[in-house]
Design a protein around this ligand. Structure first.
Ligand SMILES: *Cc1c(COP(=O)(O)O)cnc(C)c1O
Length: 391
């Protein structure tokens, strides 16, 4: 039978990340010792008190539908989080709990985009943003950035990209894939453009707590009530609480947008898993002490990996200050990012994600969410591989 796939689905880019990890798996199954730098999740376990809260919820029979947009207790904990960490006041009716930060972003596109509407996305971007915009019928408008500006878009660049079709500007700081953290002044300047031009900002702050050195995270919503009014803030528990598999994300938005998203979610996924939400309450209200050991460990690996990458012939690397990624420039090797990654995997048994997956072919993404031992081994192999290219 000949199956007709919707244009919506057919227009999606296949995931290069998945292709590389499938290949890495295949090599591992064949007995090769592959070092993985592809991880998009922390290598730490979810803190025990969070697990205990979910287990207790299961034991108590908290296993039924909840309100589609999340349980009131978790929404309250999210309201408290925004007050505590960001000085932002939201009411619970502005909060939606979703099945991951990714789901929160997807709902936003569905709520805001009509056919032909434009969403401005700086590249390198998290690979799901443009695909989500396309799924919603909108047009992604990509703003190129390079390592020369630490992958930051300027207010002028943003201003020039705005048309009468622009609905949304996506800001992701700290960034996946580059690890870039915008300064508060830079964030404010971008926010000012959106406020003055009357466009909304989707601020994806999922890496808020993973910043190193003298970098500070400041939410674009926090500069003035107007900034808050123009911001849809997305967040989630995946990264800083190592809960990727729990599927819990959340967003805070102006009331009419939250209402629209509540309706969308009520007809699509319904509520995020009931007992996972109880774990979410513990994650936000309980001790944050796990970060006291995770952050120095991430930072140590970041500094090590950066030093190694920067010293490899044909590789240059800006030192990122957030998330758990570095985004080295490999263009001087003369290889495209996919050929580089394919050969790196085949010839040196190191898996990394080609920059082309994130819209920037001159780079690759190295995740340091792996042990120091793996980093040492993998960096040594990669150094040998790039030296062999110099030949
Ligand atoms: C990991 C990630 C998310 C959300 O992931 P979920 O697992 O869906 O919570 C959102 N944005 C970026 C940039 C991410 O890297």
């Amino acid at each position: 039978m000949k199956v007709k796939i919707s244009q919506r689905a057919a227009s999606l880019a296949p995931s290069l990340t998945l292709a590389i990890s499938a290949k890495a798996k295949q090599l591992r199954a064949a007995g090769q010792d592959v070092i993985g730098f592809g991880a998009g999740e922390p290598d730490f376990d979810t803190p025990q008190p969070i697990k205990d809260a979910a287990i207790a919820a299961l034991q108590d029979g908290f296993t039924k539908y909840t309100p589609a947009s999340g349980i009131p207790e978790l929404k309250e904990a999210i309201v408290e989080k925004f007050q505590r960490d960001n000085g932002l006041n939201y009411s619970s009716s502005q909060i939606i709990v979703s099945c991951g930060g990714k789901h929160a972003c997807y709902n936003i596109m569905m709520a805001l985009c009509d056919a032909g509407d434009e969403v401005i996305i700086p590249a390198p971007y998290w690979l799901s943003y443009p695909e989500m915009v396309k799924l919603a019928g909108g047009n992604p408008v990509i703003l190129e950035t390079t390592d020369a500006t630490q992958f930051k878009v300027t207010p002028d660049q943003l201003e020039a990209a705005i048309t009468d079709k622009t609905r949304l500007f996506i800001l992701n700081s700290p960034s996946n894939p580059t690890g870039t953290v915008y300064s508060p002044e830079e964030i404010k300047a971008l926010g000012d453009v959106c406020v003055s031009r009357g466009i909304l900002i989707l601020s994806d702050e999922i890496y808020e707590h993973l910043v190193y050195g003298d970098a500070v995270h400041r939410s674009v919503a926090s500069f003035s009530p107007e900034h808050q009014d123009h911001t849809i803030l997305t967040h989630g528990l995946a990264k800083a609480w190592s809960m990727t598999g729990w599927r819990l994300g959340f967003m805070a938005a102006p009331e009419p947008i939250a209402k629209a998203i509540n309706a969308i979610q009520s007809h699509s996924t319904s509520n995020p898993t009931s007992f996972a939400q109880k774990g979410g309450v513990e994650a936000l209200r309980g001790s944050q002490d796990h970060l006291k050991s995770w952050l120095p460990e991430f930072d140590r690996r970041r500094r090590f990996a950066h030093e190694q990458l920067a010293s490899m012939p044909g590789v240059s690397c800006v030192n990122a200050q957030g998330a758990f990624y570095l985004f080295p420039n490999i263009s001087a090797t003369g290889l495209s990012s996919s050929v580089f990654c394919e050969r790196l995997l085949e010839e040196a048994q190191v898996a990394a994600v080609p920059g082309i997956a994130f819209g920037s072919d001159a780079y690759l993404r190295i995740s340091y969410a792996t042990s120091m031992e793996n980093l040492e081994k993998g960096m040594e192999r990669m150094a040998r591989f790039v030296s062999s290219l110099q030949g």
